[in-house]
Design a protein around this ligand. Structure first.
Ligand code: MN
Length: 723
């Protein structure tokens, strides 16, 4: 049972057991008053069909069940029952909640977008019993109000306000599909059947089986006159990208080559809701402006902002859409040999052309001259002529116009720039300065250690913001965080600004992807290297979680025994945990999550396992925050998993006597004879050469987190019964 200390979500957790597939989330901490945020409307086929309107307020989603419709005509009023707050992860939640659970039944993301609170902070509006809302979603745009009724405090009214926005009532009545999956709530419930039917359709049209390890490339349309009878796809001037879904893994390959999925996480998360587990699409990533025109400028701005800012805010301000223009594979079928119109039929079956994250516009049948006028009039990127019966990639016609009014082409740079690694040079200063006086170790020894250990440590640092702590006078001197780029920093040093979720301050992380950058930070007298649990551009996605066994008031033997039990449990639930010494007195167990898990899930798992240890071993383990109440027990600390929480990287040196190193160890070494003090900058390089990295597969593991959560539930019961 995922009980959390989190008061905001306590009701949410009370109503649920770990056997639900709903998110484990926690409240997003450290918020000021909420003036705007995300909203989501779920359509939920539970005991009876209803909508759920959820509004981001103070780091959670305030939720209202709406049993009789949303109300789209001015002054229409509908009952809205205030229910328990939900975690922010619910913004992406679209699943069938299994029988026997609270709220069992299919749920789709009917709409999603940004909410602005028009009469001041939403927290005050909730107190007052009146919220004035401006919603901008894929479907809902305009003003609504929520007003609390006298009497029963849970009952509110959702009132459509006049806003002058024209609304096509008939069109709205037909909007029954998810903005993520394109499914209706009834289709959601039989998703696997639908996926099978689509795949059978592809097979019956003659699509051959896919070959194992097949690579997909994007054909570039050649310039030229369209053939007679060609149909047209409009080029929107966005980013052309292949989208490849294999199970839960979704890659977005810019021009078919470089993975840019970290820049477009809403596409990744939406594609995960498709019932088909394997799909390959060709299409364009675009942002439409207020007037409904595709805007390369907005897309470029979004990519720039994502490098520097909180992804949640950027994604709200500039959501992208993916316009799919071809289907290369579906299930185990290669659809490329099929005629264009057959491929487009299959695509339209899977992605109906309705408002949402994905669109699959039909090809246009028109004369070339008419198409040219259309493209020029609407400032589009071009048009591609295709023979209606041709296979994928064949006969693609022309893109740009001799008309002289081609819209300005904006190159969107998903990379960070700089000279090639071969040109990167670092001058090391003050090598002889003593950093560890008792051990006669110098700054030169530190720099040499990191240079030699670069092959071991760099994989853990790749694309991951690193937090620097400098010790310019060695371990006995003052230390400080390096939150700014030093003035003399080389131009190739990659840094990234992120917003600390806890103090809301902008901070700078450093990106260290080669030996020159590692040497540079060592030369800044950075002794430990701390990493975040996420990668650039995917700030809310956790790759692993950490359980820290802090033995300050206890013994290493007790921590070893607890860590062994945790490793057994992790193996039993299918999360292959790995252990390292902290480099000071404790142990860290890291468990991989594979791609796409949120910090709320990661932290939820860590907390639950921590509590389980405390329940099973109350004499030796505690999660007590107050030091005095811990007694002589090992402090099981799960607080190092979170969007702004850093842990000391594997192979990092510590600012501690003997220049100890946080060292990955094999399970056999996790025994009473373990001596973490033996791993120092003097001994560790030879150990690495001989034994390699016992944690080396941490970031490549692809565990099934859903299965792990289900098994954990069984484990919780088992441990509870044993006591
Ligand atoms: Mn509901």
């Amino acid at each position: 049972m995922p009980r959390r200390e989190d008061r905001k979500l306590s009701t949410y957790f009370e109503k649920r057991t770990a056997s639900t597939n709903e998110p484990f989330g926690e409240a997003d901490a450290g918020h000021g008053p909420t003036l705007s945020g995300a909203f989501v409307v779920h359509q939920h086929d539970a005991t009876r069909m209803h909508f759920d309107l959820r509004l981001e307020i103070g780091g959670v989603l305030a939720s209202f069940a709406i049993p009789h419709g949303l109300g789209l005509e001015p002054l229409e009023k509908h009952l809205a029952v205030h229910t328990e707050d939900h975690p922010l992860e619910y913004l992406d939640f679209e699943e069938v909640i299994p029988e026997g659970n609270y709220g069992a039944g299919a749920m789709i993301v009917w709409d999603r977008g940004r909410v602005s609170y028009l009469e001041g902070p939403a927290e005050e509006g909730m107190q007052r019993g009146k919220l004035d809302l401006y919603l901008r979603g894929y479907k809902l745009v305009g003003r609504w109000a929520l007003v609390r009724l006298a009497g029963e405090p849970r009952n509110w009214l959702l009132i459509k306000k006049k806003d002058g926005i024209p609304r096509d009532k008939e069109r709205f009545a037909t909007l029954t599909r998810s903005i993520l999956s394109g499914l209706t709530v009834a289709e959601r419930a039989r998703g696997p059947d639908l996926a099978r039917a689509w795949e059978e359709d592809a097979a019956s049209r003659g699509a051959p089986l896919r070959e194992a390890g097949e690579r997909y490339t994007l054909p570039i349309p050649r310039e030229g006159k369209p053939a007679k009878g060609a149909v047209f796809d409009v080029a929107l001037g966005g980013v052309r990208a292949l989208l490849i879904k294999e199970g839960d893994r979704v890659d977005v390959l810019h021009e078919g080559e470089r993975d840019v999925s970290a820049f477009y996480t809403e596409l990744v998360r939406a594609a995960r809701t498709w019932p088909t587990s394997r799909v390959v699409l060709d299409g364009e990533i675009v942002i439409f402006d207020e007037a409904g025109q595709p805007s390369p400028t907005l897309l470029g701005r979004r990519v720039e902002r994502l490098r520097a800012e909180d992804a949640h805010a950027v994604l709200l301000d500039h959501p992208v859409q993916y316009a799919a223009t071809d289907l290369l594979a579906l299930g185990d079928r290669d659809t490329r040999p099929l005629p264009l119109l057959a491929r487009r039929d299959l695509l339209a079956g899977m992605l109906p052309d309705v408002p949402g994250v994905f669109r699959a516009p039909r090809p246009l049948v028109a004369k070339a001259a008419v198409m040219r006028e259309l493209v020029v009039a609407h400032h589009l990127g071009g048009a591609v002529a295709k023979p209606p019966d041709g296979p994928y990639g064949e006969g693609a016609g022309w893109t740009s116009f001799t008309a002289g009014d081609a819209s300005p082409r904006l190159v969107i740079d998903h990379a960070m720039e700089g000279p090639g690694p071969a040109l990167r040079k670092v001058a090391v200063t003050n090598r002889a300065k003593v950093f560890w006086p008792a051990d006669s170790l110098t700054k030169g020894d530190l720099v040499a250690y990191y240079a030699e250990m670069a092959p071991a440590i760099l994989p853990y640092l790749a694309d991951r913001p690193v937090i620097l702590v400098r010790y310019p006078d060695g371990i006995d001197g003052k230390s400080f965080f390096q939150w700014r780029t030093p003035p003399a920093a080389p131009s190739w040093l990659r840094t990234v600004v992120f917003v600390d979720r806890e103090d809301r301050k902008e901070k700078r992380g450093f990106l260290i992807d080669d030996v020159a950058a590692l040497t540079y930070v060592a030369n800044l007298a950075c002794i430990p290297i701390h990493i975040l649990g996420c990668r650039v551009g995917a700030w809310e996605v956790a790759d692993f979680f950490t359980v820290d066994f802090d033995v300050k008031q206890s013994t290493l033997a007790a921590a070893v025994s607890l860590a062994r039990r945790l490793m057994e449990w992790l193996a039993a639930i299918g999360l292959p945990g790995r252990v390292k010494t902290s480099g000071q007195s404790g142990l860290h167990v890291l468990a991989p999550l594979g791609p796409g898990q949120s910090f709320t899930t990661a932290r939820g798992l860590a907390d639950l396992l921590g509590r389980l240890l405390v329940r099973a071993f109350p004499e030796t383990a505690t999660m007590e925050r107050h030091v005095k109440s811990r007694g002589e027990r090992v402090f099981v600390d799960t607080g190092q998993t979170g969007p702004s929480r850093a842990i000391v990287a594997p192979w990092s040196v510590r600012a501690a006597p003997r220049a100890t190193v946080s060292t990955p160890i094999a399970l056999e070494e996790l025994e009473d004879a373990l001596d973490p003090g033996a791993f120092t900058i003097r001994t560790v390089p030879a150990r690495f050469r001989e034994r390699g990295d016992a944690m080396g597969d941490l970031l490549s593991a692809r565990p099934d987190v859903g299965v792990a959560i289900a098994r954990l539930d069984a484990l919780v019961k088992e441990v509870g019964e044993r006591r």
